[in-house]
Design a binder for this molecule. Structure first.
Ligand SMILES: NC(=O)c1ccc[n+]([C@@H]2O[C@H](COP(=O)([O-])OP(=O)(O)OC[C@H]3O[C@@H](n4cnc5c(N)ncnc54)[C@H](O)[C@@H]3O)[C@@H](O)[C@H]2O)c1
Ligand SMILES: [Fe+2]
Length: 380
């Protein structure tokens, strides 16, 4: 893991030093047009590598887009792949190397440990501080036909090396900085509350959350604040390490249903849903939340667990407000809620080690509140 301003250029040399001759760079058009990728492309060429660029990635990569990328990967004859971008290009590149190695389409690899063939050497440079995908074993793929997202999960999808270079993040607009930063905070919190959390993953979750509470408003106010950008890049990576070990929870399970339905960004949905899911946890998981809040320096000395847990939720609502994320998701349509609930619980209860379980009615209440329903107006 290389870190610091300019570290992405060092990564270019490292890729060449490891023996690759040609590299496929997976990115998106916005990053190409903003010239975020240009210095890196030059560094790769200067290191003697033949470079092909696949820049067709769009937010929330789809099966069709990944298939187009695999075609270019085959045609290019690249012997290494470098993803440069947010979670979308990194996930797209992961799915591409998995499918390229196994000769199977993305939907055949849905699930755990199905990539049995050796993938190409894979490298990543994140340009958002959010998904943590640069260190996780997952690639999230959208299937618009079925209105769902699924994950290809395999140890081989962790890059060989990465660079956390804040120079590439200075142009990230405030609203994307906010949403991606809150995605990372959600990873930190959901992994900490997970029943699979370990002392090491919990230390990573706490370090990530402390940095995000402190530095996310700074980076949203001044995108050129390199210290804040670097801190958030490291925080997002730590949160990625924590959740690739301990997993995520109901916030992600619900967000994964709302994203394809209403075309809203992943981080924005997580940010808005997070306090409502934590409100639900107050009944069963307050002590865990209190411990986390205390470790993050929230609350007052002598607070009981309920008050400390509530101070975590209050701090998240305050952070959302300070980075202009709304308190509710107005786009949610009442008639969609039963299906959202059914799909979210199918996802969560199949995979996520949540601290306390939701019934369908509990989940519907969480979604209705996130949609703006006030408790006294809810139907039972
Ligand atoms: N694999 C995992 O472990 C994991 C974890 C969480 C989320 N995800 C997935 O990641 C995706 C979201 O990724 P994301 O939130 O990082 O956003 P993204 O990659 O979708 O990018 C969001 C927007 O920001 C722009 N952008 C990115 N970097 C920029 C920069 N430096 N300057 C200016 N603009 C920039 C992009 O062009 C895009 O328009 C979702 O598909 C989500 O499901 C994956
Ligand atoms: Fe996420």
């Amino acid at each position: 893991m290389l870190t610091g301003p300019g570290s992405s250029l060092e990564l270019a040399r490292l890729i060449a030093d490891r023996g690759a001759r040609s590299v496929l760079v997976v990115t998106d058009r916005v990053l190409l047009e903003l010239e975020v990728v240009a210095p890196l492309l030059n560094a790769l060429k200067q290191a003697g590598l033949a470079v092909t660029v696949f820049s067709e990635v769009e937010p929330d990569p789809t099966i069709a887009m990944i298939m187009a990328g695999i075609e270019m990967l085959r045609a290019s004859g690249a012997t290494a792949v470098l993803a440069v971008g947010g979670g979308s290009p990194i996930d797209a590149a992961k799915a591409m190397i998995a499918c390229h190695a196994s000769g199977r389409p993305p939907e055949d690899l849905d699930g755990y440990f199905k990539v049995r063939d050796l993938v190409l050497p894979f490298f990543a440079v994140p340009t958002t501080a959010g998904s943590g995908s640069e260190v996780t074993i997952a690639s999230v793929v959208s299937d618009p036909g079925a209105g769902r997202k699924f994950a290809i999960v395999d140890n081989q999808l962790v890059p060989v090396a990465i660079a956390l270079d804040p120079n590439l993040m200075v142009g990230l607009p405030p609203h994307v900085t906010a949403a991606t930063g809150m995605d990372a905070l959600t990873h930190a919190i959901e992994s900490d509350l997970s029943t699979l959390a370990t002392p090491a993953s919990r230390a990573q979750s706490v370090a990530a959350a402390r940095a995000i509470f402190r530095d996310l408003p700074r980076a949203c106010q001044d995108g050129h604040d390199i210290d804040a950008r670097q801190s958030l890049a490291v925080a997002s990576c730590l949160a990625g390490l924590a959740f690739t070990r301990a997993s995520v929870g109901y916030v992600h399970a619900i967000a994964h249903q709302l994203g394809p339905l209403y075309h809203l960004p992943h981080g924005y949905l997580n940010a808005t849903l997070l306090p409502y899911v934590l409100d639900f946890y107050l009944d069963g998981a307050a002590p865990r939340m209190a411990e986390f809040a205390g470790a993050c320096g929230l609350g007052q000395d002598g607070d009981d667990p309920q008050s400390l847990a509530k101070s975590l939720i209050a701090a998240i609502r305050q952070l959302n407000a300070s980075v202009a994320i709304p308190q509710t998701i107005e786009q949610i349509v009442d008639a969609d809620i039963p299906e959202i609930v059914q799909r979210a619980l199918a996802e969560a209860h199949g995979t996520y080690p949540v601290p306390t379980y939701m019934s369908a009615a509990d989940c519907a209440t969480v979604v209705r509140r996130a949609a703006g329903a006030r408790p006294e107006k809810e139907e039972v």
